[in-house]
Design a protein around this ligand. Structure first.
Ligand code: SF4
Ligand code: SF4
Ligand code: SF4
Length: 354
């Protein structure tokens, strides 16, 4: 492990800008909202900013993306095609650990199963991940329940923790080690290693009691969801509160559903678009012939929570499908963010005792 000053951290970002697109947390001066966006000036990189409003998946899996252009020549009966996604080296600088875990879930979904998604791979292949330990939980955070924060233990190239005097830097990959070797970074002292541990322990102590209390409950709730023992009335209660707006899926760092649509432009050229989808939409599972096996909203809500908190999904992703960022709690107009759903199922288990 190494120790770098705040100035050296900014210098590193500046230097990486020569060969990479560098993305990081920035605070909008007008709205004070935090965005994880491309940095035109590294002076705007704010490693102390709260969790960004939107997850970083926008960079690897955008809301809407043109993936292909093609043209059919009817006279020659031939098709010309050109792909519209391109590989560019990127640095995601200052990822909150929950967002890093979100990327690891997306990696499993797009790259770790029967097929490899070329579009995602193009965005992900040359990506350097630099995570940033949280010193304080933000009001909606519960990553301590899902083992995804407040510090990162895998998946990063470099990991930063702010100490009294500078940043402790952990190396997590060959790419990260190559940077450390090239710059001959100063090794951290044993006292600095202990300080890093104390910083993380202090942050864990700051989590509200409800978040830590939910930790044991989350595995009980996962058991219920996995075995299908959540009562239909509970799903109906949750479904009744859902406005089917899709916001929870779009802010969730791990939601990966998408749709493909082809459109034709005026000059006869066709574009293939990939757009994020949400299981909250009524047409999500509609098939040709108008058969819709998940028309009732509660059948789509239970699918969402099965995806986030069930053992088969955790086995697939190698971690829970929820990384505890709390964004869905933030945005849901129906009061059915994931922590509330855990509470509803918990009440069902205890017979309404809490
Ligand atoms: S959920 Fe955890 S890792 Fe994510 S921002 Fe909050 S404290 Fe940090
Ligand atoms: S389900 Fe909610 S809390 Fe969990 S990762 Fe998604 S947005 Fe964050
Ligand atoms: S944000 Fe809430 S209301 Fe909107 S689709 Fe998600 S669960 Fe339903």
């Amino acid at each position: 492990m190494y120790i770098l000053s705040s100035h050296e951290i900014k210098q590193l970002a500046q230097e990486l800008q020569a060969s990479h697109e560098v993305y990081g947390p920035q605070v909008d001066p007008q709205t004070q909202q935090v965005f994880f966006d491309q940095l035109t000036d590294v002076a705007a990189l704010n490693l102390e900013a709260p969790i960004p409003s939107m997850p970083v998946k926008e960079i690897l899996f955008p809301q809407m993306e043109r993936i292909l252009k093609y043209r059919y020549d009817s006279e020659a009966q031939s098709v010309t095609m050109s792909k519209q996604y391109f590989e560019k080296p990127k640095v995601l600088f200052g990822l909150r650990p929950c967002d890093l875990s979100g990327i690891l879930v997306l990696d499993r979904f797009f790259l770790g199963q029967e097929f490899v998604d070329d579009v995602y791979l193009a965005h992900r292949r040359q990506c350097l991940l630099i995570s940033n330990t949280c010193l304080n939980p933000f009001p909606q955070c519960f990553c301590v329940c899902t083992h995804s924060g407040p510090d990162a233990d895998e998946g990063f190239d470099l990991d930063l923790t702010k100490l009294q005097d500078g940043y402790l830097v952990k190396v997590g990959s060959e790419k990260g080690q190559a940077l450390a070797d090239a710059h001959q970074w100063q090794l951290a002292s044993p006292a600095q290693l202990s300080e890093q541990k104390a910083v993380v322990d202090h942050c864990i102590d700051l989590f509200p009691e409800m978040a830590t209390d939910n930790k044991a409950w989350i595995s009980r709730v996962m058991n219920r969801i996995t075995t299908g023992f959540v009562k239909q009335e509970t799903w109906e209660y949750i479904g009744d509160q859902c406005l089917e707006c899709g916001a929870c899926s779009f802010v969730c760092p791990t939601c990966s559903c998408f749709n493909i649509e082809d459109t034709q432009t005026a000059c006869g050229e066709c574009e293939r678009l990939r757009m994020r989808d949400s299981c909250s939409f009524e047409g999500y599972a509609r098939m040709a012939g108008d058969h819709n096996p998940r028309q009732p909203v509660e059948d789509r809500r239970n699918k969402r929570f099965f995806c986030k908190l069930s053992y088969p999904q955790s086995k697939k992703y190698l971690r829970p499908g929820c990384v505890g960022c709390g964004r869905c709690q933030w945005v849901c107009p129906g009061d059915i963010g994931l922590p509330n759903v855990v509470q509803y199922i918990r009440r069902e288990i205890t017979g309404g005792q809490n």
